[in-house]
Design a protein around this ligand. Sequence first.
Ligand SMILES: [Ca+2]
Ligand SMILES: [Ca+2]
Length: 197
Amino acid sequence: MGNTKSSALSKELLEELKSNTKYSEAELVTWYQSFLKECPGGKISKQQFEGIYASFFPNADPTAYARHVFRSFDTNADGTLDFKEYIVALHLTSGGKTLQKLEWAFALYDVDGNGTISKSEIQEIVRSIFNMIPEEDQKSLPEDENSPEKRAEKIWTYFGKKDNGNDTNMFPAPPRAATRGSYQPHRSKFIFGNDRD
Ligand SMILES: [Ca+2]
Ligand SMILES: [Ca+2]
């Protein structure tokens, strides 16, 4: 913990982030400084991340969702978010390209990272989202989506996967962006796709 990290952003990383996001050099440098101020170790831990979510949703339980979001951004799966992962997260959640967002959403729902999304994975994410909605507000949701099960069912049906009584129906990963610098989850199956799909 005690070692002082260089406060300079490496040129290599700066170039990479500049060409892959909409952010300018000045913005990136400023954010890097405040990132280091908040996280002197240069990394955000899962606990810190959950803490940030908890402060935004004081009347609900965002822990499960925060964990899923954290996993989807932790592209090298080392259990922390470094500056690069943090900036990619910021970029994706505040106006990245549609395909990049789609890829991120896919990574979020692909809980076990096997390259496909199952119905139970949709249910798990929807449940974690419901945990963030105060009970009072849940009551005002439309009748056909006022429970995690109903909402998950709706999403599943939307993607044309009628329930056939088992959990083997899965939809495959979206096509990868051909453009340089697209969001690339670390999971190799996701990156290379499934042959049978
Ligand atoms: Ca990481
Ligand atoms: Ca999966």
